[in-house]
Design a protein around this ligand. Structure first.
Ligand code: 0WE
Length: 256
């Protein structure tokens, strides 16, 4: 698959094992030029090291998705650097940790609900809004979701609502941007060990359950997610928009 001359913005690298890191490697290996973002000064060095490992001249730029100013500054930087953009990978989510365990109703609060939806869903729309003016025709926007959006997963709690919002967001964004030939899709990934899942109570049980019960009888790899991101980024998927595509060993087909 060929992404030569395509320029990709990748948001959500927090470590070597991030989904966004593997997507960056795979898109770069297929010819794309990359711009990576880091969430704050704490992550700057780590993201720059990852950028250097992939390719010596990849630039990194700060972006906290809770800030409209940060998003607009990122769009202005992208415009100055490249003039236009072809691919946005949105691989970021956040809910306050104390909401990701225990009883959903007991632990929910207004702030936590708002933060989860703002960072995990609205930020994708905000990026589209801010970058719309520099997105090339036939651009592809991709976000990451999880089965907890449509089925109850213990402890996923408010993130389930936020991912439901994100997947609906994908449909409305696809409809809105379709006339500019901009495509918008989500990848619903099976559970993978990353910083985002580290320390989540019951996460290892979820991994074991998928291994035992999924159609493929194993967990997925980061590379399998990244390969679908490559497909959705490329013109091979030119007829696909507004979709949530499962990369989950088939786990989502199960009823029991
Ligand atoms: O979407 C996610 C997790 C996203 C996430 C992770 C954190 C950890 C650190 C959002 N907010 C935070 N906040 C923090 O303070 N996943 C799909 C991974 C995940 O998280 C779970 C899972 C799975 C799978 C939480 C409970 C149950 C299953």
């Amino acid at each position: 698959m060929n992404l030569d001359n395509k320029k990709a913005l990748i948001i959500g690298i927090a470590s070597n094992r991030s989904i966004a890191t593997e997507i960056a490697k795979v898109l770069s290996a297929n010819g794309a030029q990359l711009l990576l973002t880091y969430q704050g000064e704490k992550l700057k060095n780590r993201v720059e090291e990852i950028a250097n490992e992939i390719n010596q001249n990849i630039e990194c730029f700060p972006c906290d998705l809770s800030s409209d100013k940060n998003i607009d500054d990122l769009a202005a930087f992208t415009k100055k650097k490249w003039g236009s953009l072809d691919i946005i990978i949105h691989s970021a989510a956040f809910a306050p940790r104390e909401l990701l365990s225990g009883d959903f109703v007991d632990n929910i609060n207004r702030d936590g609900f708002n933060i989860a939806h703002e960072i995990s869903s609205y930020s994708f729309t905000a990026l589209a809004k801010s970058f719309k003016g520099i997105l090339n025709t036939s651009s592809s926007l991709i976000t990451l979701s999880y089965l907890g959006s449509e089925k109850v997963i213990p402890n996923y709690n408010v993130m389930g609502l936020a991912k439901a919002s994100l997947e609906s967001n994908v449909r409305y964004m696809a409809n809105s941007l379709g006339s500019n030939n901009i495509r918008v899709n989500a990848i619903s990934a099976g559970p993978v060990k990353t910083l985002a899942s580290a320390g989540i109570s019951g996460f290892n049980e979820i991994l074991k359950h998928v291994e035992a019960k999924s159609a493929l009888k194993r967990n997925i790899t980061l590379n399998e997610i990244a390969n679908v991101a490559l497909f959705l980024s490329s013109d091979l998927s030119s007829g696909i928009t507004g979709q949530t595509i499962y990369v989950d060993s088939g786990y989502n087909i199960n009823g029991f």
